[in-house]
Design a protein around this ligand. Structure first.
Ligand code: GAR
Length: 209
């Protein structure tokens, strides 16, 4: 049974998508053991509590320095017996030691089709603002493993979403979540939990045992 720790910073709709998928059997062989939030006022914490999941708040600014933050995060992950870390709208940059300790065991959901509209400064609504500014007709979401770069790790799943002429960043964000994020994030967790994802030459191979 894969033991997941979900890292959140905000509303937690992607966390909710995982909670629901575990409950209704779209994710098998996995459980969420812990939710860590970078903010004490994140609504995601309420979602976790409602689902009976243990929560912790670990804030970067409460740590003396990045090393101290890394130690606090690693301690929490180890204490929970974490096998897989899921970044579900987590807005704090991960310390390098954590990425090394969990190589190919941290995944992130990003609200665009990587390599478009990703990297430093591209998060949340900003991603959709830039997609509309550029006038692309198709966007989407990507689940990928986290490496030392920014949105550069091996891609696990992607799903395209059409942009409509009347879209605002807000309507586009909502459609990308509904049509892509909430589907491919639980799907990626299920694939990993069932041993269906391997990494070779910075690419994933999906399927097989
Ligand atoms: C989601 O759209 C997620 O893809 C995005 O933040 C939102 C969090 O929503 N993540 C990033 O931009 C990461 N670079 P949620 O808290 O409701 O899941």
């Amino acid at each position: 049974m894969l033991n997941i720790t979900v890292l959140v910073s905000g509303g937690g709709t992607n966390l909710q998508a995982i909670i629901d998928a575990v409950k209704d059997g779209r994710i098998t062989n996995a459980k969420i053991g812990l939710v860590i939030s970078s903010r004490s006022d994140a609504y995601a914490l309420e979602r976790a509590e409602k689902a009976g999941i243990a929560t912790k708040v670990i804030r970067r600014r409460d740590a003396a320095d990045i090393k101290d933050y890394e130690e606090k995060m690693l301690e929490a992950l180890r204490e929970a017996g974490t096998d897989l870390v899921v970044l579900a709208g987590f807005m704090t940059v991960l310390p390098e030691g954590m990425i090394n300790a969990f190589e190919n065991r941290i995944i992130n959901i990003h609200p665009s089709l990587i390599p478009s509209f990703c990297g430093k400064g591209y998060y949340g609504l900003k991603v959709h603002e830039e997609a509309l500014k550029r006038g692309v007709k198709i966007t989407g979401a990507t689940v990928h493993f986290v490496d030392k770069g920014c949105d550069t790790g091996p891609i696990i799943l992607q799903k395209a979403v059409e942009i409509e002429p009347s879209d605002t960043p807000e309507t586009l964000q909502k459609r990308v979540m509904e049509q892509a994020e909430w589907k491919i994030l639980p799907k990626a967790v299920d694939l990993i939990a069932n041993g269906k994802v391997s990494v070779k030459d910075n690419k994933t191979v999906i399927g097989g045992e």
